[in-house]
Design a protein around this ligand. Structure first.
Ligand code: FES
Ligand code: FES
Length: 199
């Protein structure tokens, strides 16, 4: 490797410090997959459009294909491999299982990382483009289906599992964030509607 174009860095991934030498142009996504063998994070478009590569950086979601590995040195990176607590799944992982929030599963790690951050963002009172009243005195918006779809709209699913994904996020928000979830999606949605809904 040409050391004028490479850097020795230490990444903090899922609570562990990993030392590696990377070409300065290496994305965080490629560092995770190709250098650290953390292949749970998926590459879809490699240009910030699909969300398959979503991870958490210091607790906030980010497309790892748009981050240079050298730029995240010292920051806390969480991937899908770091979500569970030992054998105990993260509540969002459990909700995706319970609700069949996937088909092929390729987008699922990114969906789950994004959903974890969505629930935190909502609990912190962050509005979205779907929030009707963004005045501080209006309080946090209800995390209804429209809010979930808007907040998850950066994560595409080629299989069209969106109805189940929305249900999973609503379930997890109800148990994890503890307030604001709208479980109306539990009722009256025919199974064949799943192909008609987009994020
Ligand atoms: Fe990063 Fe598609 S692979 S957004
Ligand atoms: Fe196949 Fe989403 S489950 S792309």
């Amino acid at each position: 490797m040409d050391h004028t174009n490479s850097s020795a860095i230490a990444l903090r991934v899922n609570g562990e410090t990993c030392s590696l030498t990377v070409d300065n142009r290496t994305t965080l996504l490629d560092a995770l997959r190709e250098h650290l063998d953390l292949t749970g994070t998926k590459k879809g478009c490699d240009q910030g459009q699909c969300g398959a590569c979503t991870v958490l950086i210091d607790g906030r979601r980010a497309n790892s294909c748009l981050q240079l590995a050298v730029a995240v040195e010292g920051r806390a990176v969480t991937t899908i491999e770091g979500m569970a607590d030992g054998d105990r799944l993260h509540p969002v992982q459990q909700a995706f299982l319970d609700r069949d929030g996937y088909q092929c599963g390729y987008c699922t790690p990114g969906q789950i990382c994004s959903a974890v951050a969505v629930i935190e963002e909502h609990a912190a009172g962050w509005p979205s483009a779907a929030t009707a009243d963004v005045r501080p005195e209006a309080g946090p918006p209800r995390l209804d289906d429209e809010e979930i779809r808007e907040r998850m709209s950066g994560n595409l699913c080629r299989c069209g599992a969106y109805v189940s994904i929305v249900r999973a996020v609503a379930d997890a928000a109800g148990t994890h964030a503890g307030h604001g979830a709208d479980h109306s999606a539990d009722h009256g949605v025919p199974a064949d509607e799943s192909t008609k809904v987009t994020a």
